[in-house]
Ligand binder design. Sequence first.
Ligand code: ATP
Ligand code: MG
Length: 236
Amino acid sequence: MRRPRRPRDQSVYRGPSERGSVDSADVPVPPTAPHVRGRRIGLFGGTFDPPHVGHLVTAVNVRHALGLDVVVLSVAGVPWQKEGLRRITPGVDRVAMVEAAVSGVEGLEVGRLEVDRGGPSYTADTLAEMMAAESDATLFTIVGDDAAAGLTTWERYEDVLRLSNVVVVDRPGSPVELPRGIDWIRVEVPRLEVSSTDLRSRFEDGRPLDYLVTPPVLDVIARRGLYGSSVVGIRS
Ligand code: ATP
Ligand code: MG
C-alpha cells in the first residue's frame, strides 16, 4: 500500500485556537523507515446517521495532513449522549452506510468495534481495544470542534488523552470554546456546512441529497428503506 506523504503541512498546527502557536514540525511525525514503527491510526467516531461528505472530507484530509496509515470511521453502537433524544438508525444499518461510504477509498475503513461490543460506546474503551490489538500503533482521536467542546464530559476522557493524540477540525456554525489545557492538534480541512441532522430533515421534506451524501450510501439507504427513502425517489 502506498504510504501517505509525510506531514510538513500548513494545514496542521497545535494550539487552542490561534493558528501558528506551535510550528507544524512539532506534530509527531513518523520515522522514515516504515518497518521500524507501528501504524499511525486515526479514530474518527460518530453516529454517522447518515455518513456525509463532511465526514469523508475530514477523514481524508486529516489522514493526509498527519501522514496516517488509516482513518477508522468508528460507528457508535449506542451513542450515549444522543440516546433517548431521537430515533437512531440501527447500528448494522449505519455500519452498512459507512462501509459503502469508504469502499474503494484508500486509507479509510469502517470501524464496528463499538457496534459489536454493544452497550454504551465509549471512545476510551475503543482506544484501549485498539491498543490491545496493535500495541505499537500511535492513535489519533479525530473530532469536529462541536464534539471537541464536550470532550471533558466523555466517559474516562483522561484515558482518551493518555491513549491518543486528539485532533480537532473546525466545523462551520457557531464558534465553540474548547476545554483548556488539552494539547490539541488542529488540522484545517475544507469547511462544509453539512450535518446528518440536516440530511435527515431533507429526507423528511423531500429536498435533494445529491452531492451531500455519496451515491453508494444513497444506494444502501434505498435498498434498506432507511429514512423513509421510498418517498425520496433515489436513482438506481
Ligand atoms: P448529527 O447532526 O446527527 O449530530 P453530525 O453531522 O454531527 O450528525 P456525527 O456522526 O454526530 O455527525 O459526527 C461525527 C464526528 O464528525 C464528530 O466529531 C463531528 O464533529 C464530525 N463532523 C460531522 N460533520 C462534520 C463536518 N461537516 N465537518 C467536520 N466535522 C464534522
Ligand atoms: Mg453531531
